[in-house]
Design a protein around this ligand. Structure first.
Ligand code: GTP
Ligand code: ZN
Length: 316
């Protein structure tokens, strides 16, 4: 509803969903105004393109569809790679016993997570989830059919999402992957939805990957590997080791990451317009390749974070 001041256009300042802006000359009745300034962003996600997101609410189901560890791991890694906080919510707990819940809980604790078991059907722990979302900007993600729409409906009763119906998908902006909307939570805070997808694309660098595993990250916080370029595949003096459940997942994702890096190197010919700037500790990022060093911007405060391909719904 607002226009962007010419000055902002000249400096190429984009306005994103989630941005805090200064609006001049607001026309309250017409719902119009002019955006004069965009305040510094705390975070920036691609896909969905939202600024100032605080956390990701990852929703999985304990059954129907069955909880698949490798798929869960993949979503967790993708979420961790944004650098945002991750809340793991396991829905449909009405479908399993308490003992089964305990087993899942123990297992995920060894991964470095403390899942919240919920049931939209039996209204279990919904308030617990609501507390986490209070006054934060949250993006909800997870595979298809786990109950994301059901959770959103429960948290925001007047949103009128039609659960499990194709026609209801329009309400979530599913028909266009460009559509991003922040919904207001009744007790304060904003929630954005991402369309369902089954295999998020992992486009991180090999040296960053290990930091997206909390259980391995902990070991690296306790001390460094002997080799600074250690990829934690049994190198001598490695602090990470192989005695952790998700080590196999790590090796699998590492192969993807190495393939990705090879691809980037192939792209890194003089014609290429982007390059990867690796800062280590999970902070690599792309930046435009500039002619010479003196034109390069000094390190940006705002960390450009990517939640790419969270909306690979195939309709783009
Ligand atoms: N047993 C049980 N079923 C649930 C629960 N929550 C949701 N469901 C059912 O799970 C199915 C999928 O729910 P949705 O909310 O559409 O799932 P979604 O994650 O939004 O799925 P997509 O729109 O495909 O991304 C529906 O049939 C719901 O009724 C729950 O707590 N327990
Ligand atoms: Zn190592």
């Amino acid at each position: 509803m607002c226009t962007r001041r010419t000055r902002l256009k000249k400096i190429g300042q984009q306005v994103m969903v989630g941005d805090r802006v200064v609006v001049e000359e607001p026309d309250w009745t017409g719902g119009r105004g002019a955006i004069a300034d965009v305040l510094p962003r705390q975070s920036e996600l691609d896909r969905p393109a939202i600024a100032n997101v605080n956390q990701i609410l990852l929703v999985f189901a304990v059954a129907d569809p069955p909880l698949e560890p490798f798929q869960l791991s993949r979503f967790l890694i993708k979420a961790e790679s944004t650098g945002l906080d991750v809340i793991l919510c396991l829905n449909k707990c009405d479908l399993i016993t308490e003992a089964e819940q305990g087993e899942i809980s123990d297992r995920l604790e060894s991964w470095g997570y403390k899942p919240i078991f919920i049931s939209v059907k039996n209204q279990i722990n919904i308030n617990e989830v609501a507390k986490y979302l209070n006054n934060k900007i949250t993006v909800i993600a997870g595979p298809s059919g786990v109950g994301k729409s059901s959770v959103i409906n429960m948290l925001i009763p007047d949103i009128n999402l039609r659960v499990g119906e194709v026609s209801g998908k329009l309400a979530r902006g599913r028909h266009t992957t460009r559509h991003v909307e922040l919904f207001e939570l009744p007790d304060g805070g904003l929630l954005a939805d991402t369309p369902g997808f089954n295999q998020p694309d992992l486009s991180c660098l090999p040296e960053d990957l290990i930091y997206y595993f909390p259980e391995a990250r902990r070991r690296l916080e306790a001390g460094s590997c002997r080799f600074s370029d250690c990829l934690h595949r049994d190198e001598p003096g490695c602090m990470v080791g192989s005695d952790w459940e998700r080590y196999e997942h790590y090796l699998d994702f590492l192969n993807d990451a190495i393939a990705y890096q090879t691809y980037l190197k192939e792209q890194a010919d003089p014609e290429s317009t982007v390059k990867v700037k690796a800062k280590g500790k999970g902070e690599s990022k792309y930046e435009p390749k500039l002619e010479s060093k003196k034109y390069r911007r000094v390190s940006r405060r705002v960390q450009v974070q990517s939640l790419q391909d969270l909306d690979l719904d195939g309709e783009e």
